[in-house]
Design a protein around this ligand. Structure first.
Ligand code: NAP
Length: 204
């Protein structure tokens, strides 16, 4: 059981632009962070779409989908994605949503369930581990959520899809993770014109 986090990020460390809202889920100027993935066959298949490129980027995203047995996300990411994901969301696994606002579990088509967890990050992770079987738990975002798991040392592997863009403002992934030194072992790099995919393992 590995706890992963896979995030698309600009070269200057942003995972979303400023002025995020329901109408502007990635924030201003965030197209370079998200649009590359929409061109990939593996991502499009999971969204129920056809077409797309079968390339190394697509393989990496397929590997991530296949390896993930449960997902944890923050309520903001959930709210921003809810309408876009529709009745058959791409996760196809149990998803545990951190929130202070209790609500009943939602059962969607294709194997995705959304369970709203109000008793903290450890509870969400324990529930996700129990649901994931022998596959990974992915901490899917956003920044607030990933930062909390990083602070507690609960992420084993981090994959960053570094897009060739500088945003200059927005939501930073590595703010607020505390001053404690974290050592990382570089696991691999895949470099394509779309993104440089960096995988690291935390040295415990
Ligand atoms: N680049 C990428 O790969 C990527 C991936 C995912 C998301 N994103 C972006 O990330 C942004 C959203 O990130 P974000 O940092 O603003 O928010 P977030 O992490 O998605 O959600 C934060 C919210 O989750 C709830 N929460 C978090 N920790 C909690 C805890 N311990 N207990 C109870 N509730 C908790 C709170 O909601 P309540 O108000 O319900 O308490 C909090 O306001 C979006 O713009 C999205 O596009 C980017």
């Amino acid at each position: 059981m590995t706890v992963t986090s896979d995030m698309a990020i600009t070269l200057d460390g942003y995972i979303a632009g400023p002025n995020v809202s329901l109408d502007n889920p990635g924030g201003d100027g965030a197209e370079p962070i998200f649009e590359w993935i929409h061109t990939l066959a593996s991502w499009r298949q999971r969204q129920g779409m056809t077409g797309g490129e079968e390339n190394r980027d697509s393989e990496l995203i397929r590997e991530w989908f296949d390896a993930t047995g449960a997902v944890v996300m923050g309520r903001t990411m959930y709210d921003l994605g809810e309408e876009f994901w529709g009745d058959n969301p791409p996760f196809k696994t149990p998803v545990f949503v951190l929130t202070h606002r209790p609500r009943p579990t939602l059962v969607k088509e294709g194997g995705t369930t959304f369970t709203f967890v109000t008793d903290g990050i450890h509870s969400a992770l324990d529930q996700a581990k129990a649901a994931a079987g022998d596959r990974n738990v992915d901490i899917a975002g956003g920044a607030d959520t990933v930062q909390q798991y990083l602070r507690e040392g609960l992420i084993d592997e981090l994959q960053l899809h570094v897009v060739p863009a500088l945003l200059g403002a927005g939501l930073r992934l590595f703010d607020g993770i505390g001053a404690e030194q974290r050592n990382l072992e570089a696991v691999g790099v895949v470099d394509t014109p779309l993104a440089t995919h960096l995988k690291y393992r935390f040295v415990k």
